[in-house]
Design a protein around this ligand. Structure first.
Ligand code: NAP
Length: 513
């Protein structure tokens, strides 16, 4: 398998091999990434001039139809992506479903939003404002698409969803995309782009794809471009401080590490239904995608009086997990995606050792001969003194690892949760309405999303870790400070907002589109 870039309207292969891609189930090489010769400047210019003009000429409805066609094309080829996902990501059926179906579903959702926006090329925001005594003089805020390129640099853990969620919003906005997925999990994204290009749905220049490389893209960004990054906090910081991004005031959105939490509410007891939902959700979140989810639960807070009960319930659930090749009978979670991710997980657990003890460890002997792969078994850690701890609130081990911690009071709980320094999500299991209202006020400013599970929605909620396109995805502080999705809110990143002041007839015409 040799994977190429699609830039300047053609698949590129300069004969050099930029990198290899591995199968994490046994460590074997499963493909190579071809090099390309274009500079970042050439790649962006082509997208800006060809793709931007063509997309802006279309209405939201017309762009929505393009998304619908792409989603249909991808749906037809799902089986191929599932096979690649199993091989390249060591994914279980559920892992692949979340990535591939989740991505296609997000695209369909944005197609439906575009249909609602209809036959127009700009968005009117809010009411007509009267500015002076003259009632004929008014203002309207208008959103028009930026005239540059949307550069998307993605993380390895969601090769399909990570690409499609960003692409959907940018293309609907009328902005061409240059997508740079993570090299280690390129195959699924590459296969999808092959199908999108072959289906000839999009105008020339609307979709460019970099298989590897992309290191010089930021050098050529302008004030009308947007850079959306998902990945580690280190890379996010490096890009955010890039001189060009600062001097051109380039739109920059970062989704980075997050030390998310799950809370057993102070009102729950170990014999309650709420407790069962809590234990179920936490153990599920620890093993889906082998814990390689930006939203996965990393810190588990329980009332001090119920620490032992929570620990034994979690250990009992986790003990049912079996590592290995997910295509085998009885296996519940696969390996990490690469040797370097496995090493990072080992280092992460070691970094937590001074503040935690391991109270449960998955059985490596259960691997049934898969041991050559990049396996890292589940670990439940216990930190008895979380108020005195620091590293446990700051370290994201990107694997099936979480730390259980007791809290003494509501006040202490909120303080501990906030020590994550800004998170994508916290889920709180409680039937206490007053506690819920207090938690929103205490935790809102440090969280992109708060999920409250009571007994009435214990079977109907969308899950701690699932990102729903109707809600914003992102988090303040160490989670990157960015926001994506959130229905129409997501389009703001790719639109400029302008206050248009004119006579009533003119702004009314503008408002009506
Ligand atoms: P990473 O090493 O920062 O890489 C992310 C992306 O940046 C990859 O495509 C990588 O390309 C690229 N990249 C690295 N250095 C670059 C540079 N100098 N210029 C341009 N691009 C560069 O992160 P990762 O290890 O893939 O991702 C894991 C992290 O992502 C986790 O910590 C997780 O929390 C976070 N994450 C966050 C979210 C969220 O929504 N908040 C979602 C998923 C993951 P190469 O692969 O070619 O090196």
């Amino acid at each position: 398998m040799r994977m190429q870039s699609y830039v300047a309207g053609q698949w590129q292969d300069n004969g050099k091999t930029a990198a290899q891609v591995h199968c994490p189930l046994d460590g074997s090489v499963m493909g190579e990434i071809a090099g390309y010769d274009q500079t970042g400047g050439e790649i962006l210019d082509f997208a800006r001039t060809k793709g931007g003009a063509a997309l802006r000429a279309l209405t939201y409805l017309e762009r929505a139809n393009l998304l619908k066609q792409i989603a249909a094309t991808l749906s037809e080829n799902k089986q191929r992506y599932a096979e690649l996902s199993a091989k390249n990501n060591g994914a279980s059926e559920m892992d692949t479903f979340l990535d591939v179906e989740g991505g296609i579903g997000t695209m369909k959702y944005y197609a439906s939003l575009g249909k609602r926006l209809g036959e127009r090329r700009w968005i009117a925001e809010g009411d007509l404002e009267q500015l002076t005594k003259d009632e004929n003089f008014r203002a309207l805020h208008v959103l028009t698409p930026i005239r540059g390129v949307a550069v998307h640099i993605n993380a390895f853990n969601f090769p399909a969803w990570g690409m499609l969620e960003k692409v959907s919003v940018a293309l609907l906005s009328g902005v061409p995309v240059v997508v740079k997925p993570a090299a280690s999990t390129l195959p699924v994204a590459w296969a999808m782009v092959q199908d999108i290009i072959a289906a000839n749905i999009l105008p020339e220049g609307a979709f460019s794809f970099l298989a590897g490389g992309g290191r010089d893209l930021a050098d050529y960004l302008t004030s009308e471009d947007a850079l959306a990054f998902t990945g580690s906090a280190d890379t996010a910081r490096m890009l955010a401080s890039h001189p060009r991004i600062i001097s051109e005031a380039v739109r920059f959105n970062a989704e980075a590490d997050s030390v998310n939490s799950a809370v057993m509410g102070p009102d729950l007891t170990p014999d309650s239904d709420g407790f069962k939902s809590f234990i179920h959700e936490v153990s599920k979140e620890m093993t889906i995608k082998a814990g390689q989810k930006c939203t996965a639960v990393r810190r588990i807070f329980v009332p001090a009086a119920h620490l032992e009960a929570a620990q034994s319930a979690l250990v009992a659930k986790l003990s049912k997990g079996k590592p290995g090749d997910p295509s085998r009978e009885g296996v519940t979670y696969g390996p990490l995606v690469s040797a370097s991710q496995k090493q990072a997980a080992i280092d992460g657990v070691a970094a937590l050792a001074a503040e935690t003890q391991v109270v449960f460890e998955g059985d490596i002997g259960a691997l049934d001969g898969d041991a050559e792969g990049f396996y890292f078994t589940q670990k439940l850690l216990l930190c008895k003194e979380p108020m005195a701890a620091k590293t446990v609130h700051e370290t994201e081990v990107f694997g099936p690892v979480a730390t259980l911690m007791p809290y003494q009071s509501e006040e202490e709980l909120f303080e501990l949760v906030r020590r994550g320094g800004g998170s994508l999500v916290s889920s709180l299991f409680t039937n206490d309405d007053a506690f819920m209202l207090e938690a929103v006020q205490q935790l809102g400013s440090t969280h992109g999303r708060l999920l409250f599970v009571d007994d009435s929605i214990s079977r109907g909620h969308s899950g701690h870790g699932n990102v729903m396109p109707m809600c914003i995805h992102g988090g303040p502080g160490r989670a990157g400070g960015g926001q994506e999705l959130g229905g129409l809110r997501g389009l703001n990143f790719y639109h400029a907002r302008t206050a248009v002041q004119a006579n009533l007839t003119r702004v009314t015409a503008l408002q009506e589109g």
